[in-house]
Design a protein around this ligand. Structure first.
Ligand code: COA
Length: 703
């Protein structure tokens, strides 16, 4: 259903332009002109109350006057007219609305947008936008936008939240030689969103790669699902990653830009390759749209220059691509196509003497060899060689070898002749770049795609009814008490219900009770103040550790009580928590936030200064399974500490991963209740010796 509706919206057989104008310079004129110039084959109906014809096409005062059926209506009337026009479109039986008009949620008029969606639902119409440039498609010869022209024809499809960026990229496709079949401006996404288009493109024959420019998602989970199930590689550029940028993005599109790290993790979980900037988006799109993924880890670099070979090797290391020497038989064959002083190892340096023939021979042999999973071909322009001839040699070798499942990227360093040869290569389906590190970056994207596809799986998730019931009792009691912050004891009860290994903690109301509990738990113990008003317990002198005997326990009880009262005379004191003193281990932190785009999201990091100063933390949208948790541990800069440094035994990552999985089910189960939470510190012991959650904090959502 979704597919057919989007076909009518984005591949319409007939189009009405509402607000078409005969005045050059107006958007309603430009859209008419673009549809004509792009060669759109279906009927176009300009709608204008007074004009008899526009650009030689008969005009109608209203959609209801149009004799034929209309699939899509492009709206170019001011915002105050859009919803009444939408109503008319519904009555006429229009299937899709492409709403260029601005002035909706991006300027605080969400009400108008809600009304538009309600009208669309009533008449079963789909809406693209509002606040967009329009949509363009080479395969449909349709420029239903006010962007200047159809982009350079190619196999990628761009979906962008910034219309201005679409216009800029449209023209740049010609200078950058990166082709697109479609460009879709998605705007405020009041109805059709990025995920819908990703799903729709699964069955689009022409599109081989989806390129995204994202400012902020509304339904992050739907997006992750579409990414996971996409049949095509997706590459995303996310803007608004800096605090300042995030504010700019929010005011620009009216959508919320999330934290960079959460988006980064979500892309990973969705199997989506990332671009670091606009150049990178173009470069990676080119490779992903033309080449298959890099399936193995054996990458061979062939070059006529040692310098560019080393630069490429350096870049490979930066992207985490392991470079290996080629096996003996490969080296022996390659040696036949280079002078004595060349090198057949890897990079394969044929030296500056390499001409078309050597390039042809080495490429043809290498790409067909079973050891080689991917090939990077580098060329420095020399006086004795013809860049275009070399390009043709490379292409001929690849065609003859016929290895369509192995990727090849090329870099030429040189002048105009090299530029022309690279353009020829791209036109002939081989991604080529002006610097060796860019060819490696392109290969890295093809590798990342392959690796991400392997791990981007939906984790199994089952609600833990029993734990949820216990947790809800604790939460309801706190709410009944008028509190949004659980005490440490309550938070630990919730954690414990979900199987988190918390230090045993009990509440003492009197000095004698404290002694009894300390004896029960076993000395040494820790004692902490329990008060909803005192969250920073240490600051209030509310924590005593390493209490070794009864006398010390009595003294600690009285001192903590005195300190707490001095700190905040009005604080409600529930009592003092007496808890087991866990042996010290590697300090880590687990936590959760309710991300505005992605919902319950887990955080993991090393504790202490690692989290406070270095902010060495990583995120995953919950639920998180054990393999994903282990992946989180290897992602942080402090990963070697967990793996065991300086002769220390590795930490118990397995137990930690188990806890992450349980923690993540807790925040999914209690999504409507928990706003934020922390287990900090979580002490991790040697492999096999488990972990301990020493302190706990849960902040509830306000209800
Ligand atoms: N049915 C059809 N057409 C109607 C109409 C109706 N009921 N009522 C008015 N029109 C016509 C107008 O007469 C005019 O045609 P004309 O030139 O022949 O007079 C045409 O619709 C456009 O109306 P106008 O008032 O001239 O608006 P405009 O062209 O100045 O602006 C928008 C209209 C949609 C372009 C403008 O409101 C807007 O939103 N601009 C921002 C677009 C944008 O940047 N989008 C996001 C990109 S990222």
């Amino acid at each position: 259903m979704n597919h057919e509706e989007l076909n009518q919206l984005l591949k319409p057989k007939s189009i009405a332009v509402i607000g078409a104008s005969a005045t050059p310079g107006k958007i309603g004129y430009t859209v008419m002109e673009n549809l004509k110039e792009s060669g759109y084959k279906g009927p176009v109906y300009p709608i204008n109350p007074t004009a008899p014809e526009i650009l030689g096409v008969k005009c109608y005062p209203s959609v209801s006057d149009v004799p034929g059926t209309i699939d899509s209506a492009v709206m170019c009337v001011p915002v105050k007219l859009v919803n009444s026009m939408a109503e008319e479109c519904g009555k006429k039986g229009v299937k899709g609305l492409i709403v260029i008009t601005s002035g909706f949620s991006e300027v605080g008029r969400k009400d108008l947008e809600d009304e538009l969606v309600a009208i669309a639902r009533k008449y079963k119409m789909r809406v693209l936008g509002p606040n967009i440039v329009g949509t363009l498609s080479n395969s449909d010869k349709m420029n239903a936008s006010f962007a200047p022209f159809l982009p350079l024809d190619g196999k990628a499809t761009l979906i962008t939240q910034s219309g201005a960026l679409l216009i800029a990229m449209d023209a740049a496709t010609y200078t950058r030689r990166v082709g697109f079949d479609k460009m879709v401006s998605i705007g405020n996404m009041c109805d059709v969103d990025i995920a819908d288009i990703i799903d729709w493109l699964n069955d689009d024959e022409k599109t081989t790669c989806v390129s995204l420019y994202i400012e902020g998602l509304k339904d992050g989970r739907k997006f992750i699902k579409s990414g996971r199930t996409s049949k095509k590689p997706i590459i995303a550029l996310k803007s608004g990653v800096s605090a300042h940028g995030a504010a700019a993005a929010a005011s620009h599109t009216g959508s919320l830009a999330g934290a960079a790290k959460v988006y980064g993790s979500a892309f990973k979980q969705a199997g989506i390759v990332q671009a670091s900037d606009l150049d990178n988006l173009f470069d990676r799109t080119l490779a992903l749209s033309l080449m298959p993924p890099l399936k193995g880890e054996n990458l061979l670099i062939i070059t006529n220059g040692g310098g560019v070979g080393v630069l490429a090797t350096d870049a490979a290391e930066r992207y985490g691509i392991p470079m290996k020497f080629a096996p003996k038989d490969v080296q022996e064959e390659l040696k036949k196509h280079m002078p004595e002083f060349g090198s057949a190892k890897n990079p394969v340096d044929m030296t500056g003497m390499a001409g078309t023939e050597w390039y042809y021979e080495t490429v043809r042999f290498a790409i067909a060899h079973p050891w080689v999973d991917g090939l990077i071909v580098l060329y420095c322009e020399t006086a004795m060689t013809n860049p275009l001839e070399i390009a043709k040699g490379i292409k001929k070798a690849l065609d003859e070898a016929g290895m369509k499942d192995k990727p090849v990227t090329v870099s030429y360093v040189g002048g105009e002749k090299s530029a022309a040869a690279m353009a020829w290569l791209v036109e002939n389906g081989i991604p080529a770049y002006g610097a060796p590190d860019l060819a490696v970056n392109a290969m890295a994207a093809l590798r990342e795609y392959k690796l991400l596809r392997e791990t981007a799986k939906e984790p199994a998730f089952k609600t833990n009814e029993k734990a949820r019931k216990t947790a809800m009792q604790v939460i309801s009691a706190a709410r009944a008490d008028g509190r949004n912050a659980l005490t440490e004891i309550e938070a630990k009860q919730v954690f414990q219900a979900y199987g988190l290994p918390v230090t045993s903690t009990e509440l003492a109301k009197t000095e004698d009770e404290a002694v009894t509990l300390a004896k029960k738990i076993g000395f040494p113990v820790v004692m902490k103040i329990v008060s909803p008003e005192i969250l920073h317990k240490s600051d209030a002198g509310g924590v005593k550790v390493n209490i070794k005997d009864e006398a010390a326990a009595r003294e600690a009880f009285n001192t903590i009580m005195k300190n707490a009262k001095a700190y905040n005379a009005d604080a409600h004191i529930h009592g003092i928590a007496v808890q087991e003193m866990a042996p010290w281990g590697t300090e880590t932190i687990l936590g959760s936030v309710n991300d505005p785009s992605f919902g319950p999201t887990m955080m993991f990091g090393l504790g202490g200064i690692f989290v406070e100063v270095l902010k060495d933390v990583t995120f995953r949208v919950a639920p998180v399974d054990k393999p994903q948790a282990l992946d989180m541990f290897s992602e942080i800069r402090g990963a070697p500490i967990l793996a065991g440094v300086r002769g220390e035994a590795p930490r118990d990552r397995n137990a930690m991963a188990d806890t992450v999985e349980k923690y993540s089910s807790m925040i999914v189960d209690l999504e409507d209740e928990i706003s934020e939470s922390d287990a900090n510190p979580v002490l991790v012991y040697e492999e096999g010796k488990g972990i301990k959650v020493v302190d706990a904090r849960i902040i509830l959502k306000k209800k």
